[in-house]
Design a protein around this ligand. Sequence first.
Ligand code: AMP
Length: 220
Amino acid sequence: MTTGQFNLVVLGKQGAGKGTQSQRLCEKYSLAHISTGDILRAAVQAGTALGVEVKSVLDSGGLVSDDLVNKLVEDRFKRDDAKRGGVLDGFPRNIGQAEALDDILGANALKLCLYIELPNELVMQRLSSRRVCQECGTTYKDTDPAAISGTCEVCGGDVVQRSDDKPEAIQKRLDIFERDTAPLLSFYEKKGILETVDGDQSVDTVANAINAVLAARGLV
Ligand code: AMP
């Protein structure tokens, strides 16, 4: 990896807006969107060997093995669209994965960790009303017309509730976040690359706050 790359990690509980903000950052700065959750869900939907292996773990809200996701991320960085760098969404999820990411990227290639903060009550509210297009990943609220009709406005795909957005799975993922992922905040703080943004604001306001952070750090 070259050190001229722009790589950043977006951390947050599920439903904090990581996916939406990561997508925006990738479009704005021509970076690869590296979402391990999206890669795994696509594999499940396509019924590949990987998908068959991980389906039950994903459905329950548990985590797949570090070795498996580390390899997925390493391979993803070899693709052409990641030459300028990538926005990591949903990875790393624990200290072991963060150390693996350092090895994958090499010295200094990670410029920033953005933490989109959201209290647990709001996570519960947002996720239990979240619906998602199985084809293109566009998200809706349960009261949106596309969620009611079950048909995506963008691509015509099926709009459904993710199996891990059911209450028991949401709580399980929150517990895992607290136990395994929250320690990453001090891991990145010690490296001097952690910035926190309030996730309880509109999508545009959060995006503006993120851009202000990038500018203040001289990254854009
Ligand atoms: P996400 O869309 O990021 O919430 O990911 C959906 C599911 O994919 C998670 O609940 C895990 O089962 C799995 N997954 C995604 N990223 C990781 C990761 N970095 N480590 C382990 N499992 C992951």
